[in-house]
Structure formats: C-alpha cells, structure tokens
Design a protein around this ligand. Sequence first.
Ligand SMILES: [Zn+2]
Length: 75
Amino acid sequence: MGQIRRLDLGTGAARSEPDVGDHHHLVCARCGKVRDVHADHPRPELPADRRQGLEGADADVVLSGRCEARAGAAR
Ligand SMILES: [Zn+2]
C-alpha cells in the first residue's frame, strides 16, 4: 500500500498526495491550482534549539503566486 500524505496548502481543500518523493508545491492564489515541483534545493531546516520540543519537524515548501494567463484565454 502506498503512502499518501494529506496536505493543506491554504487553498481551502485538503490535497491527497500520492507522490511522497521530495517535492515542493506551487499554488496559484488566483485560481487555486496546485502543481508539484521537484526541486533540487533542500527543505528549510529548523535548528534543533528552535523546535520547542517538536519531534521530527518537517517542512513543506509552498510557493504562492499567480499562474500566467493562457494566451487567448478570456479574462
Ligand atoms: Zn492560476
């Protein structure tokens, strides 16, 4: 059975994540579309002395922006 992560990206809908590989998310603030992006740069790491006792602190990187309007698309 594959592992599925559930992720709240601030779009109002929980997202089921079949892809548990190391990736980040691009979220459009306008239309809410979520895209996976496989990024080479590492996730941010919180120094141990700032985790306030939280074990296994893991970060999800969500980049917010607006996707480009498609050429010819109605506005
Ligand atoms: Zn969009």
